[in-house]
Each structure stands twice: as C-alpha cells, then as structure tokens.
Design a protein around this ligand. Structure first.
Ligand SMILES: *[C@@H]1O[C@H](CO)[C@@H](O)[C@H](O)[C@H]1NC(C)=O
Ligand SMILES: *[C@@H]1O[C@H](CO)[C@@H](O)[C@H](O)[C@H]1NC(C)=O
Length: 323
C-alpha cells in the first residue's frame, strides 16, 4: 500500500515542479512599490511631497507585456494639479468619511490632497490612513483655539488657512505651476465630472451645490455666460451666496493675493465664503461651470449622527480596534 502511494507521488512530482516554475516565472514581473509615503507638517519644519505612481503612469507595467488594445488617454503634459484642502477632526465617523473621499480622489489624475487636522499633533489614525491611501498628499495639523469652539462660530477657519499657507510656501519661490485649489470638506459627495470642470479654472470658477441652504440645491444664476445672481434659500444678500463646496480658485490667484485668508475677526456665520472670495475676485469675473451652472455635481451630504448609546465606557473587548 505504502509503495503504491510513493510511486504515485514520484510520478506526480515532476509535473508539480513544472507548474510551480511556470507560475513563478509569470509573477516575477516587478510589482509597483507600495512603500508608505512620508508626510510633512509645516509646524514641524518639514515640507514636500512623495508620490506613488499615478494611474496615468506606465500602462505597460500594469498590464504586463501583452499588447492591450485599450485606448490610451492622450498625454497631457501640462494638466493642472488639483489641490484639495480638507479640514478634518476626530470623531466616530472620521475614518469612514476619509475613506469615501480617498476612494473618489484616487480616480482623479494629478490630484494632491492636503488634509489638515484640527489637532495639536498629527493623529496616528490619520497618519496611518494617509500612508496607505495611495494618493499624493500632505498632512498638516493646527488646533482651533478653544475660544472659537462654540456653536454658531464658523468652523475649520484655521485649518483652511493652514492649507493656503502651505500652498503659498511651496510655490512661493518659483513661477507657479498650473494648479487649481478647492475646499473639499470631508462630509460632501463629489462627482468625478466635477474635477474635469474645475480643472480648467482660469481665476475663480463656480457651480451649483446640492442639498444645501435648506433647498434641494443652490446655484449661481447665469446669463450670457456670466454670473448675475444667486438662487439660494438663505441670505441672498451675501455678496457671494455660495457654499464652500461651490467654487475653485486657480493657484495663480492664490499666489498673487498672498493676504487672502479666511477671517475670524468680524466674520459673521455663513459669511466665510463671501469674505474670502471678496478678497480675490468680483462676481463679474466668476467663471460658471457645470453647463452654465445647471448641473449638480457635488452634494452637501451629512452622515447621520452615529448611535453609540451602548458603547462601554471602558474597553470590554479583548482587542483594540481602530474604527
Ligand atoms: C500594438 O497594437 C497596435 C494596434 O494593433 C500596433 O499598432 C502596435 O504596433 C502594437 N504594439 C506592439 C508593441 O506590438
Ligand atoms: C453658456 O452660455 C453661453 C452664453 O449663453 C453659451 O455661449 C455657452 O455655450 C454656454 N455653455 C454651455 C456649456 O452650455
């Protein structure tokens, strides 16, 4: 009995070896490096950016040596970089929201994510998250002073300004590369089409925002290709009656208006956008996007407040799990 088993085994052995060798040869192509990127903080003196290979990188390697007949996108050497400034703060849904955002951003070519934590130090959760996000990114942090942490006061002012400061510092000494900046709050939902629209921003572009201001949408009113007013359910007297998610600014405009920042002093609730845009543009100059502002490509979604009523005060589980 034993000898029968042995002889079968030795008959099969060479075939198994051949299969293993063939599989090995096939997988010996170089895999893209997946090393975690370093991140930088202006508050610790570091700056700069590390990149993972972008999707528009070498398709040859991605698809092996076979001649795929997929249509290749035409090379766009001067594709403007989109800088997305995202203020974020620690809360139960933070990682879920950031994951949603990263999954969108990862599909956008030439996007640089500037994630700014409302914290005295970079958190481990966000650091780990960014290192694995597979996106060119910069990780900043700045705490909101305690006196501004009251209901009714604008939020994320310091964080957006830290993002602006980083951009100006990074591009300060050189002729500006083509770039577009927008404020991507972590609770919104972004259509990929929105990035195509904003990428051609010459100075300041605007578009509708869904589910905001107590209406299904708000939008700039456009006549003959020019913004002439605002369709809004709330304080239509604002100079720019627009949500933070409703505009983009070219990097050149940010650099040539070095003093333009979000203000704390004298800023009323809901006036953040107007106060900022007033410093860099006029209503007549605005460039309407999304088919003359008739399409909603971004939504002001809100995650439902999570129910943690049964969360124990002290850890009861045997393992510690990041959520
Ligand atoms: C791949 O296919 C295209 C179209 O069939 C052909 O023009 C090209 O020469 C091929 N490239 C290689 C490397 O075989
Ligand atoms: C926007 O409106 C202008 C003026 O009416 C028109 O020339 C232009 O084609 C429109 N653009 C789009 C994308 O519909």
């Amino acid at each position: 009995m034993k000898s029968v088993l042995f002889s079968r085994f030795f008959i099969l052995l060479p075939w198994i070896l051949i299969v293993i060798i063939m599989l090995d040869v096939d997988t010996r192509r170089p895999a893209p490096p997946l090393t975690p990127r370093p991140y930088f903080s202006p508050y610790t003196g570091g700056r700069g950016v590390a990149r993972l290979p972008l999707r528009r990188g070498s398709p040859g390697r991605r698809w092996g040596k076979r001649n795929e007949s997929r249509p290749q996108p035409p090379p766009e050497p001067q594709l403007p970089t989109i800088y997305a400034i995202t203020p974020t703060y620690s809360r139960p849904v933070q990682k879920a929201e950031l994951t949603r955002l990263a999954n969108t951003f990862r599909q956008v070519a030439q996007l640089h994510w500037i994630l700014v934590e409302d914290a005295a130090a970079r958190s481990e959760l966000v650091s780990r998250f960014l290192a694995r996000a597979g996106l060119p990114s910069t990780h900043l942090h700045v705490p909101t002073p305690r006196r501004y942490k009251r209901p009714g006061l604008p939020r994320a002012t310091e964080q957006r300004n830290a993002g602006l400061a980083w951009l100006r510092q990074r591009h300060g000494n050189q002729r500006a590369q083509p770039g577009v900046l927008f404020f991507a709050d972590d609770d919104n939902t972004y259509s990929l089409e929105l990035f195509q629209e904003m990428r051609t921003t010459r100075k300041v572009s605007v578009w509708p925002v869904g589910l905001v201001g107590g209406r299904r949408y708000e939008r700039p009113l456009v006549e003959n290709g020019k913004v002439v007013g605002w369709y809004t359910g709330w304080r239509a007297d604002r100079p720019f009656a627009i949500d933070m998610a409703g505009f983009a600014v070219s990097l050149q405009v940010i650099l040539s208006n070095p003093k333009a920042v979000f203000k704390r002093r004298g800023s009323q609730p809901g006036m953040q956008e107007s106060d900022f845009l007033k410093q860099i543009t006029t209503v007549e100059e605005l460039e309407p996007k999304a088919s003359n502002c008739t399409k909603v490509l971004v939504w002001h979604t809100r995650t439902e407040k999570v129910n943690l009523a049964n969360e124990p005060k002290y850890r009861l589980d045997t393992v510690r799990i990041e959520v």
